[in-house]
Write a protein that binds this ligand. Structure first.
Ligand SMILES: NC(=O)c1ccc[n+]([C@@H]2O[C@H](COP(=O)([O-])OP(=O)(O)OC[C@H]3O[C@@H](n4cnc5c(N)ncnc54)[C@H](O)[C@@H]3O)[C@@H](O)[C@H]2O)c1
Ligand SMILES: [Zn+2]
Length: 347
């Protein structure tokens, strides 16, 4: 897999496609990227467009079947290539559909959300939701090329920008105090993203270094779960209540809760914890809950995929750049961390 960082996406795509000499080119987009992004790429004007409905609720086997049918109808062969043009839903489902069609055709990921750029498009995880479970069916399969650009973020809704930014903060926390300070000094909502390609490149490279060292998630890759035990529970609670929040919003809150735990267990410095909490409170706002919601939140955490035998399992930090995986956290400690999260977030 190769990753290229460029804001000249069309030229690059054209040269990749010319080099690969595919029998035909398919482009997978969702409703939004078909309308807002595809017209910006003349090199794909003659490609067969396959358009799926936008949203994680459509990352399903039914949508995948429709994609396979359209690939077949377009006469796709193993010499075809699929360009996945969209957020994480398109790159996850597209990578899965391409990797399973005729035992696998090559695909190129062109992430169009910040979250897909820094998290979903590279790393080799493809898949779909199934039977009410996220990413239940899928395979590790790397894109032939990943083209990361920031030019598409100008049409991205604010909350989607923030969603990706939470994963960037996570990568920074896993790297260094300097990286963390740099990100928490910026205003993600008003920044000119076209100029932010180097910042995104840094973030992608952090994840890539971790993934390259542990591609199948035996150890080091689990550091990337930072913020996600509490974050997934908060995301699930919000969904269950019928007031969903973006994945990144929940992760931002999860990072705060797990930074509190990191402070309790490993004395993660108070100044860093307070800085993180203030940034999340001011830019994202809290996901609100009370102590009456703790049983539901703890239940989600006990059933998290990361849990091995039903215990709550978290990645925690000693310092920025010094993560400890596989910490078993008691219900009492997690409840205390949630109390402190609510104090820090002013709820
Ligand atoms: N494979 C992995 O390692 C990995 C990692 C993290 C997340 N994911 C998956 O990624 C998905 C979430 O990704 P996401 O946040 O990108 O969601 P998404 O793909 O649903 O995109 C979010 C929204 O933004 C719209 N959009 C995309 N690009 C746009 C643009 N340039 N302008 C305007 N609108 C645009 C989409 O149509 C959608 O409505 C989840 O399914 C998650 O499971 C996968
Ligand atoms: Zn995440």
């Amino acid at each position: 897999m190769a990753i290229t960082f460029t804001n000249h996406v069309d030229e690059l795509l054209k040269s990749f496609i010319d080099d690969m000499q595919p029998s035909n080119v398919l482009v997978l987009a969702d409703d939004n990227t078909a309308r807002q992004v595809l017209p910006r790429l003349p090199s794909l004007a003659t490609a067969t467009a396959i358009v799926i409905p936008a949203g994680d609720c459509h990352k399903t086997i039914d949508t995948t079947c429709q994609v396979w049918q359209q690939m077949e109808a377009a006469g796709a062969t193993r010499n075809s290539i699929m360009v996945c043009l969209g957020g994480g839903v398109v790159t996850d489902l597209g990578g899965f559909a391409a990797s399973t069609f005729k035992r696998g055709i090559p695909f190129i990921n062109v992430p169009t959300t910040l979250l897909a750029a820094v998290d979903a498009a590279a790393g080799g995880k493809t898949g779909i939701n199934y039977s009410g479970l996220k990413n239940e069916i899928g395979l590790f399969s790397h894109a032939r090329q990943v083209v990361v650009s920031t030019i598409f973020f100008d049409t991205l809704p604010q909350q989607e920008v923030l969603s990706g930014y939470a994963e960037m903060i996570k990568h920074a926390l896993l790297t260094s105090r300097e990286d963390f300070f740099e990100l928490t000094e910026l205003e993600p909502a008003t920044v000119d993203w076209c100029e932010m390609l180097p910042l995104v490149e840094t973030s992608v490279n952090i994840k890539n270094r971790i993934v390259a060292a542990d591609p199948h998630e035996h150890g080091l890759r689990r550091t990337l779960n930072l913020g996600h035990t509490a974050g997934h529970a908060i995301e699930s609670l919000a969904l269950q209540r019928g007031t969903p929040v973006t994945h990144g919003h929940a992760v931002a809150c999860g990072l705060v809760a797990e930074a509190v735990l990191s402070h309790m267990v490993f004395k993660f410095p108070t100044d860093l914890l307070n800085r993180l909490a203030a940034f999340v409170r001011d830019h994202y706002g809290p996901v609100r809950f009370t102590c009456n919601d703790y049983p539901a939140l703890l239940q989600f955490m006990h059933h998290d995929k990361k849990s091995r035998s039903g215990e709550i399992n978290c990645t925690l930090l000693r310092l920025c750049g010094d993560a400890v995986i596989d910490n078993v956290v008691s219900d009492d400690d997690m409840s205390t961390a949630l109390d402190i999260y609510r104090d820090l977030m002013g709820i």
